[in-house]
Design a protein around this ligand. Structure first.
Ligand SMILES: *Cc1c(COP(=O)(O)O)cnc(C)c1O
Length: 436
């Protein structure tokens, strides 16, 4: 292809016609290998999912070209008629899906949605409360390396040492002592149900705004497989790419009109410029999918599968933090096997089972090593696995971990090869993007 810009006016120019493989073989090859990885390995990362062809198509659409700073009907650019159509649909569908009065669908990511809430609700130095990272909280809930921990004053709450459940007495005591302006419930590695009403009572007592970051569980909330943070929480944020199964992005939801101006102003112009309209379009598509009756079945199946996986792991000698799961995820404590999370993640990857190492409550190892792994069922459930398959996956994980326990970080090559064979069979029986 000529680099002469005048060739762009030629309707036959490669610019208009070349597919990715022709235009950029190196990137096309990496995309092809990533597709094969997703097809041939079992995805157990709790924060990942497999989006529909329609969501991928919207994400790859011509809306990638469009600037639409502002909000529907109040834009700073011309030509926003169709941008208004997709954003209005995304807003209306999000409100319907989660049963709330207002939605902002512009945050580019989960981190940015939370930054927007901080910008709207707090001044630098203000005190807020969130779940400790070591107990399953998120970076953006006050980690010292994150802006939330650097520019604000986080006080954290955690889980109890024995039951490994959120310590509501400690939440109340910490709130009374520190009088936070904002309390955050929700996390990334907590496998039990959240008691939103109890958080509401504490927030009311100390006069705090209550935020639920339901990123991990929003698909379950949408499908009725986890209680809703509404009406208890003032503001609810969520990523859209985890159990909700949309594009990589974030949303902010609320009920009280008094939050509308501060939150919308915080997203734009406070934090972002032009929204990613192709991603807003894909969010609208994902919300439509989540409003369909089949999504309820999907959400309940995620939880059923997580229970089956946890039971199978326990039967095979592995300890589940807090003794089980109520949602899509679980933490596996490998301490008794003398296997680190780091070694387990690598060993399982060699056996084509993808997961992440994760600290367990009161972990004595560093975050780069850890004593646990986090597992989730949303992606496997999307490809069609049921409790039977997840019981088998629990068995496969336990075999790999036993190999690591016996031989150290190199694991048992024979076991890992045998597991790969059984993973390949499961993947062939439940294909991902079968036409690609
Ligand atoms: C994933 C997650 C986020 C951040 O999302 P990104 O899109 O990765 O920035 C924020 N909060 C919680 C609870 C999450 O699980």
């Amino acid at each position: 292809m000529s680099t002469n810009p005048s060739t762009l006016t030629d309707p036959m120019s490669g610019f208009w016609h070349d597919d990715l493989a022709t235009a950029d073989p190196e990137i096309a090859a990496a995309v092809g290998k990533e597709l094969a990885r997703q097809q041939d390995k079992i995805e157990l990362i709790a924060s990942e999912n497999i989006a529909s062809k329609a969501v991928l198509e919207a994400t790859g659409s011509v809306f990638t070209n469009k600037y639409a700073e502002g909000y529907p009907g109040k834009r700073y650019y011309g030509g926003c008629d169709y941008a208004d159509v997709v954003e209005t649909l995304a807003i209306e569908r999000a409100k319907q899906l989660f049963g709330c009065n207002f939605a902002n669908v512009q945050p580019n990511s989960g981190s940015q949605m939370n930054q927007a809430v901080f910008l709207a609700m707090l001044e630098p130095g203000d005190t807020f409360m969130g779940l400790d990272l070591n107990s399953g909280g998120h970076l953006t809930h006050g980690s010292p390396v994150n802006m939330s921990g650097k520019w604000f004053n986080p006080v954290s709450y955690g889980v109890t040492e024995g039951e490994e459940l959120i310590d509501m007495d400690a939440v109340a005591a910490t709130a009374r002592e520190h009088k936070p302006k904002l309390i955050i419930c929700g996390g990334t590695a907590y496998s039990r149900q959240w008691d939103f009403a109890a958080f509401r009572a504490i927030a009311d007592e100390v006069g705090a705004v209550l935020l639920c970051d339901m990123s991990h569980i929003s698909g379950l909330v949408a499908g009725g497989a986890h209680p809703s943070p509404f009406p208890h929480c003032d503001i609810v944020t969520s990523t859209t790419h985890k159990s909700l199964r949309g594009p990589r992005s974030g949303i902010i939801l609320w009920n009280d009109e008094k939050f509308t101006k501060p939150l919308n102003m915080a997203v734009f112009p406070g934090l972002q410029g032009g929204p990613l309209m192709h991603v807003v379009a894909a969010k609208a598509v994902a919300f439509k999918e989540a409003l369909a009756p089949e999504f309820k079945t999907y959400a309940h199946r995620i939880v059923e599968n997580a229970r089956a996986l946890a039971a199978s792991l326990e039967e095979n000698g592995l300890r589940i933090v807090s003794g089980g799961t109520d949602n899509h995820s679980m933490l596996v404590d490998l301490t008794a096997k003398d296997v680190t999370g780091k070694a387990a993640e690598a060993g399982l990857d060699r056996a084509w089972l993808t997961c992440n190492k994760n600290g367990i409550p009161f972990d004595t190892r560093s975050p780069f090593v850890t004593s646990g792994i986090r597992l989730g069922t949303p992606a496997g459930t999307t490809r069609g696995f049921g409790p039977l398959e997840f019981r088998q996956i629990g068995q496969l994980i336990a075999e790999v971990v036993d190999g690591l326990s016996k031989n150290g970080p190199e694991g048992d090559a024979q076991i890992e090869e045998s597991v790969r064979g059984r993973v390949a069979k499961l993947c062939a029986d439940f294909p991902v993007y079968p036409e690609s």
